[in-house]
Write a protein that binds this ligand. Structure first.
Ligand code: PMP
Length: 288
């Protein structure tokens, strides 16, 4: 396996970063998870735009242009002979001294890993997923904005641990006001009386690339959508519920907090979204 590290491809065994890298010491860095479908990188430009916004938000100056990073992503996929897969793109603050100051970190590190993807089990899509809301709140946008896809995922990891301890794969996180923010690694959508509703980024959601795709699909299908503050009640009484994410794609949710969603089976509108999504990803993207 070849890994892209800074400006070249190296063997997996040689892909190493310093113990003084602030990405490791402080979670000081950003990342993207990207899909490769049939030799095309899905929404690469949108991912790289989000990466640039994350970099700007944390004042990390990337010395590479968007075109250079895009080429590095494609080169890494080609070098590993991939046609379908998952790409993890990481930018760390780089090596610095012990201490929070970024002053000595003058060389950000670019890491690109492209591998095959461990797909979610088929039954998640066919039968839907049962999830719960957990006590750990999504961090306040005035603290570490959840719109920044940073290397600091402890907030989400704690929520995931809570879900897993109770035997669930995913969890819904509320924000500090008690409104729905998102899942630990996915965005969440409600279908109610023919309308699609999802929490706004200001409620603590990442601006997911798959979330945007779902909104495009809503436009295509003529399904009205809006962003709104949602409570747990709104989720419990939803007709349908689904989550979206680069790895997950679109997964129907059939139970939340022991309440069945709709009739407890994946709903027809979610099914249409998944159908259109699969069609879109199979013929769109940046060719390798
Ligand atoms: N929210 C969080 C916290 C995430 O980590 C992710 C990505 N796994 C998402 C939402 C979904 O975003 P995307 O569709 O861009 O993968």
């Amino acid at each position: 396996m070849k890994i892209y590290l800074n400006d070249k491809l190296v063997d997996r065994e040689d892909a190493k970063v310093s113990v003084f890298d602030h990405g490791l010491l402080y979670g000081d860095g950003i990342f993207e998870g990207i899909r490769l479908y049939d030799g095309c990188v899905f929404k690469l430009d949108e991912h790289l735009e989000r990466l640039e916004y994350s970099a700007k938000a944390i004042m990390l100056q990337m010395p590479w242009s968007r075109e250079e990073i895009a080429e590095a992503v494609c080169e890494t996929c080609r070098a590993n002979g991939l046609k379908d897969g998952y790409i993890r793109l990481v930018v760390t603050r780089g090596v610095g001294s012990l201490g929070l100051s970024i002053k000595n970190c003058d060389k950000p590190q670019l890491i690109i890993i492209a591998d095959t993807i461990q797909l979610y089990p088929k039954e998640f899509y066919e039968n839907g997923l049962k999830i719960i809301t957990v006590p750990t709140r999504r961090s306040n946008p005035a603290a570490l904005p959840p719109t920044v896809k940073s290397l600091n995922y402890l907030n989400n990891i704690l929520a995931k641990i809570e879900a897993q301890h109770l035997g669930y794969h995913e969890a819904i996180m509320l924000n500090d006001q008690g409104y729905i923010a998102e899942c630990t690694g996915d965005n969440v959508f409600v279908v109610h009386k023919g309308e699609l509703i999802t929490p706004a980024a200001s409620a603590g959601a990442l601006r997911g690339i798959t979330r945007d795709t779902a909104l495009e699909i809503a436009e295509e299908l003529g399904i009205p959508w809006r962003e709104a503050n949602l409570t747990r009640y709104d989720i419990w009484v939803a007709d349908e519920l689904f989550l979206t994410g680069t790895a997950a794609e679109i997964v129907p949710i059939v139970e939340v907090d022991a309440r069945p969603i709709g009739n407890g089976k994946p709903g027809p509108i979610t099914g249409r979204f998944l159908e259109v999504f699969r069609r879109i990803v199979s013929k769109q993207g940046t060719m390798l």
